[in-house]
Design a protein around this ligand. Structure first.
Ligand code: GLU
Length: 495
């Protein structure tokens, strides 16, 4: 079987975005599945809009997602003369011609067509100029573009897309398109096809927005006598208002970096993105890397547009709730050792990390992370909601304070009393803590729930979390006792 060679050719005019990442992921999965080769090719021919910074951000984003490539990055700009040579060959073989029509003439014809309410397409004025005429115009120094000479007459370009099936575009619906501008710079349709030929690309897997380029590129391949790659176009991704997901409409929310900065795990994001336009017949949701590689196929790519519930102005969710719950799923279920480096990075960034967490307090650190992760959604939560476990100071939610502590006047005495009962415990475990607290409740003839909710809030500032006895054992005796003793000051502060 022929070796599979695919490519990811981003234009480096911004960060790596959701759409680009999904394209890269599909290409990558396909090579993983077929033992093929993935080439990263930077399409940097738009010198004004391409930046070094963007190239760095795109490659960095791919690495963070765990997408590995085998060749490149190659840079399209390095091959400009090769692209022009290809245009030259097309001129020589009669598949292209020089077009001397000026911008003004073309604009005038476009305007006339508009008035007639006709669709404009180039009328072929220069298509049949004689060699003498062309020579004379060139001698006069007239500027020209190079146009591809699309066959005229019946028929059309037929292609078989792995996703969209057989597609025919009639010749009459394809104008003689420009392949080289008057300043000598080649256009995307040409450069991209010539690069794919040089890189021996076997499968072009890209966004549906390039479907319109495909017949033109097929004509170029055929005119150059090259074998066609297989094409697979992926559906568009729309927001709930049915707008195409784009930088313009959605700003930073489409950047991979946005998710990274908000505590996403790379694999959770890969899993979420892969399902925007691809599915298994049983609509499976979660995949390990091996499972995903095994399940992936180009045939599984959907034709229907996918929906990204981006939630631009929803204060409750910073993105699609499904993406967040997928992240939470991985956060809770992934092997603990794989999660710990992310937690460490968050704690370091928040100034909450202590080297002892990797030293003598390692077992405590591991069990605490394992305990609290069960309710978290992003790695950010370890530094925010997790603060009471890793620091002396932590925020107190006022509403919770009122409900769980201030409403019960007696807690002003009971919480310090709880501290007295907990302090002498030789072993500060969930069991010993539970015994002491339930004993105190019986002694005081009060519902254990009041003591439990009060203690949770005094010790963590929060209303919910894992089981209280586990929480207290994880926070540790010294901090628990200190926080319970200080509880009366919470009343004072609010008076
Ligand atoms: N540079 C193009 C883009 O980013 C590549 C299109 C293609 O895959 O052919 O959309």
């Amino acid at each position: 079987m022929e070796e599979v060679r695919v490519r990811f050719p981003p234009s480096p005019t911004g960060y790596l975005h959701i759409g680009g990442a999904r394209t890269a992921i599909y290409n990558w999965l396909f090579t993983q599945k077929t033992a093929g080769t993935l080439i990263v090719r930077i399409e940097d021919t738009d010198a004004e809009r391409s930046t070094e910074e963007s190239i760095g951000a795109i490659l960095d984003g791919l690495r963070w997602l765990g997408i590995t490539w085998d060749e490149g990055p190659y840079f399209q700009s390095a091959y400009a003369s090769e692209h022009r040579q290809a245009a030259q060959r097309l001129l020589e073989s009669g598949h292209a011609y020089k077009c001397f029509c000026t911008q003004e003439e073309l604009e005038r014809k476009r305007e006339e067509a508009r008035k007639r309410k006709d669709d404009y397409s180039y009328d072929g004025t220069c298509r049949n100029r004689s060699a003498e005429e062309i020579g004379r115009l060139e001698e006069e120094g007239c500027a020209y573009v190079i146009r591809f000479k699309v066959p005229r007459g019946p028929g059309g370009v037929v292609s078989e897309d792995a996703v969209y099936g057989v597609i025919e575009k009639k010749y009459r619906d394809i104008e003689d398109f420009v392949i080289v501008r008057s300043n000598g710079s080649p256009l995307y349709v040409l450069s991209n096809a010539v690069d794919d030929i040089r890189d021996r690309i076997t499968h072009v897997i890209r966004g549906q927005d390039h479907l319109a380029n495909t017949p033109k590129q097929i004509l170029i391949y055929e005119a150059l006598g090259e074998r066609l790659p297989r094409f697979a176009h992926m559906p568009l991704t729309l927001d709930p208002q049915k707008r195409k997901i784009s930088k313009r409409a959605h700003g930073e929310m489409v950047a991979i970096q946005y998710y990274r900065e908000r505590g996403f795990l790379p694999w959770a994001l890969v899993n979420f993105l892969v399902l925007l336009g691809w599915s298994t017949s049983d609509d499976r949701e979660f995949f390990s890397k091996d499972e995903l590689i095994d399940a992936f196929s180009l045939e599984g790519i959907n034709r229907a547009n996918s929906m990204f519930d981006i939630r631009k102005d929803d204060p409750k969710f910073f993105t699609d709730p499904k993406a967040i719950s997928m992240n939470a799923h991985y956060l809770r279920t992934m092997p603990l050792d794989e999660l710990l480096p992310y937690v460490q990075a968050e704690l370091e960034a928040a100034g909450l990390w202590s080297p002892s967490f990797a030293g003598n307090k390692r077992p405590w650190f591991e069990s605490t992370v394992d305990l609290i992760r069960s309710r978290y959604h992003t790695t950010k939560d370890f530094a925010n909601l997790g603060r009471p476990y890793f620091a002396d100071a932590f925020p107190m939610e006022e509403k919770v304070l009122r409900k769980n502590i201030l409403k019960h006047d007696n807690l002003k005495e009971w919480l310090p009393l709880m501290a007295e009962r907990l302090e002498p415990l030789a072993e500060f475990t969930p069991d010993s803590v539970e015994q002491a607290i339930r004993g105190l409740a019986t002694e005081l003839d009060v519902k254990a729930g009041i003591l439990i909710n009060g203690a949770r809030t005094a010790v963590t500032g929060q209303a919910a979390g894992p089981g209280l006895f586990d929480v207290l054992a994880a926070v540790g005796k010294q901090r628990v006792v200190q926080r319970l003793r200080q509880a009366p000051s919470l009343f004072d502060a609010m008076e």
